[in-house]
Design a protein. Structure first.
Length: 92
């Protein structure tokens, strides 16, 4: 499984419509509107890097209103949920 975080700058007035359009794309699990230098963040989970390539360069590139993107590919996931599962099975 490949997980990527895609940071986006979006044209004014397109945040909500674009978030809805992004969620219709297979592989995009979540979309967040955020404060700071970016407007939207999409969490992508796909099986292969080639699928990620197609998602970004073909599907996202065709959406009106995205002015810039930066894609971060995750190497490993750390979460409180994972740590809680370790305590539940008694692993030190």
């Amino acid at each position: 499984m490949v997980t990527a975080i895609i940071l986006m700058n979006v044209e004014r007035g397109r945040v909500k419509p674009l978030a809805d359009e992004l969620l219709e794309i297979d592989g995009i699990a979540e979309v967040y509107s955020v404060a700071g230098p970016y407007d939207l963040v999409a969490i992508v989970r796909v099986k292969e890097h080639e699928t990620l390539n197609e998602l970004v360069t073909e599907h996202m590139a065709g959406l009106a209103g995205i002015t810039a993107t930066e894609t971060l590919i995750a190497f490993r996931s750390f979460s409180k949920r994972d740590l809680g599962m370790l305590w539940d099975i008694g692993v030190d």
